[in-house]
Design a protein around this ligand. Structure first.
Ligand code: OGA
Ligand code: CA
Ligand code: FE2
Length: 493
């Protein structure tokens, strides 16, 4: 491509050189003296200069007026008529000057207690539970009455299953991609040793199907499908080839999957905390702002309160509330303003505030399997038959467990700082889950604070939202934007 262009440029001068470049007068026949006189030459030159000056003036005009248009567009976006998607390009210079620095509470050391003022006339104690992740506990954050109101409002609204039994759309996706067994095998073979270990298959089925298989389940499936011919607990490519693409899923469907075999076994709902919401919900939001010391606008624009109920036997296996952020990763909440499409998306939950709405009779602790571990190694989380992510079996092996106490709040940072007052990388140590409830019911609520690690995207999003009319019905075009946004922002990982 580049080579061809260079070739074309090279040939241009030689072609020009072959043209008959003679002075115009020579080509003219007839009375030479009148046409080629000195005054004629002066007139031609004057016209020529005027022409050049006109061209320069025109260029100045075009340049100046397009600059104005650009400035005008960024002032009255997003409502201003037709908008080119690339209207703000090129983004070589930052468009928004960063004038905020995110406060981050200091943990000092595990067990350190600091006094915090969250409600008038009352002082709360905040205890550091771990430094990796930065995790705190505040007893009595909510009053008994507030806990009761939140549970009642959730019940009034109605709770839905947190996870459906079979995740749809996966089969179509696989067909669309049209991957060969070799390609799938390579994708699953994380350590690229030509064998599929138990944990490689387990991780896959949990992410793909939302089904939580144990090592024993997997051996049972291998036996049922006669997959592991040499019986060494590993699948090589030949063994894998004998299985059809959805063999696992079909086997599980025939055999039936119980709710206890899902990644998550609970029900939940969402409660809005903005203007017009129940006073208790607005108060909780204000208290979260005081607790986290973050700009109120960031908390206001975050997801609503998620209320979760676990019945006896309920659990939530260990997970991250928000995923890692790569350069191509979009945040769910700012996607609207990002005007790009990317294959990766995460909810960018900078902070999780988890409220215990009741004291649980048995089990139901929140476990942090690798809190304050010296190192983090994903592979060693599932070793042989011990799976540290499994909160039905192995909560006792977690580094840290928080017992649910009515009114207590715990909060932690899912991301590190970037060292310059903004969101940095994901904190892998923030892995956590809800242990199985052995007696009674467990009620919790989550307040997530969404911040885009890309400051420009967050700023653009906030500017866009601040320009939306309060009443969506005022403007059809703009209410469309909010319609797109609201269902997605409540999605779980
Ligand atoms: C969650 C969660 C923990 C718990 O809802 O994301 O991690 O103890 N809950 O219920
Ligand atoms: Ca392998
Ligand atoms: Fe969680």
């Amino acid at each position: 491509m580049t080579d061809n262009q260079e070739d074309a440029d090279d040939t241009a001068p030689s072609r020009r050189a072959t043209l008959p470049l003679r002075p115009p007068c020579e080509r003219l026949s007839g009375p030479k003296s009148s046409v080629c006189s000195r005054s004629y030459f002066v007139v031609v030159m004057v016209f020529f200069h005027v022409y050049i000056i006109n061209v320069i003036a025109l260029l100045f005009y075009v340049h100046y007026s397009s600059g104005q248009e650009e400035a005008g567009r960024s002032r009255d976006a997003p409502g201003g008529g037709h908008q080119r998607p690339d209207a703000r390009r090129p983004p070589s210079k930052p468009e928004f000057v960063r004038d905020v620095s995110l406060a981050r509470i200091e943990g000092i050391r595990v067990g350190h207690v600091q006094k915090v003022s969250l409600v008038p006339g009352k002082v709360h104690e905040m205890r550091t539970l771990s430094l990796k992740p930065l995790l705190f506990e505040i007893p009595g954050f909510l009053s008994d009455d507030e806990c009761r109101v939140v549970m009642q409002l959730a019940q009034l609204k109605g709770l839905m299953e947190s996870q459906l039994m079979v995740q749809e759309g996966q089969e179509e996706l696989a067909k669309e991609l049209n991957l060969s067994p070799e390609e799938i095998f390579n994708l699953l073979d994380i350590n690229q040793d030509g064998q599929l270990q138990l944990h490689e298959i387990l991780t896959h089925s949990r992410v793909r199907d939302g089904i939580w298989l144990t090592p024993e389940n997997l051996r049972e499936i291998y036996a049922g499908l006669k997959a592991d011919k040499d019986n060494n607990g590993l699948l090589n490519l030949e063994e894998f080839r004998l299985l059809s693409n959805d063999a696992f899923q079909r086997f599980l469907l025939q055999r039936g999957v119980k709710r206890s075999q899902l990644v998550r076994n609970s029900r939940h709902t969402w409660l809005y905390q903005g203007k017009g919401a129940h006073q208790v919900l607005q108060d909780i939001k204000e208290r979260v702002i005081r607790l986290t010391r973050l700009p109120p606008a960031l908390v206001d624009l975050s997801e609503p309160l998620q209320v979760v109920r676990y019945e006896e036997g309920g659990h939530y296996h260990a997970h991250h509330d928000s995923g890692p952020v790569y350069p191509e990763t979009a945040c769910t909440h700012t996607r609207l303003a990002a005007n790009t499409s990317t294959p990766f998306e995460t909810s960018c939950r900078y902070i999780t505030v988890l409220f215990y709405l009741n004291s649980v009779d048995g089990g139901g602790e929140t476990a942090f399997p690798v809190a304050d571990n010296r190192t983090y190694d994903e592979v060693s989380l599932i070793q042989n038959d011990v799976d540290l992510l499994d909160t039905r079996r192995n909560c006792d092996k977690s580094n840290l467990r928080v017992k649910p106490m009515k009114g207590t709040a715990v909060f932690w940072y899912n991301y590190l700082s970037d060292g310059r007052g903004w969101v940095g990388e994901q904190d892998e140590y923030a892995l956590h889950g809800g242990c199985v409830v052995t007696h009674g019911t467990k009620w919790v609520a989550n307040k997530w604070i969404n911040i885009d690690p890309d400051y420009q995207r967050q700023a653009r999003y906030q500017q866009l939202v601040s320009q939306l009319p309060e009443d969506d019905e005022d403007d059809e075009g703009l209410s469309l934007n909010t319609d797109i946004q609201s269902p997605r922002i409540h999605e779980d990982l």
